[in-house]
Write a protein that binds this ligand. Sequence first.
Ligand code: GAR
Length: 201
Amino acid sequence: CRFLRGLYLMRVVCLISGKGTNLQALIDWQANGLLGDARIVAVISNTAAALGLERAGNAGIPTKILSQRDFSNRCAFDHALIQFIDVYEPNLVVLAGFMRILTSGFVTHYERRLINIHPSLLPKYKGLNTHKRALGAGDKNAGATVHWVTPELDAGDIIRQVKVPISREDTEETLKAKVLNAEHSLYPSVIRDLSLGLIKC
Ligand code: GAR
């Protein structure tokens, strides 16, 4: 990534669509001085109702809303999204529950500056319903993965994973909660380590 460690802060723009519990974890780590040289400089949501916008607002982080409904096609939306994001000159763009498939034009623009968190042990269970599929397959472990984003869905290089054991009593809901809880330390730790140069961009 285009980031000179030690000289500048790593400017992070987060994209969200919903609850924003991962965003909250990042905000909390930052507030406690645990996010290394990373600073969240903006949060952008594609839904006005996203609870994550409130979380960002409470933390004094600038927010923007850009809805795909205002655009006639994917390329036009992604183009506008790039304009929104680049105002903040990010070194890193963080997908934190941003539930849209991005065009290859968008992904290429942020090559090696764009990361995602996905609720499965990739390469297993790309896409949706990851917990249901892990339970259905009788897996012993579920988990979450942080990876670089490439044009192919959930297929970029893996940066770090966390495993969560599946117990016999687990339902889709309990497993989702356990994995989400694990995500809340995985994502901030990866962003901290990227900002400190402990993970190569
Ligand atoms: C998280 O579990 C994240 O892994 C998942 O959405 C949830 C967002 O929760 N992301 C994906 O499925 C992306 N393919 P949050 O809004 O509470 O952070």
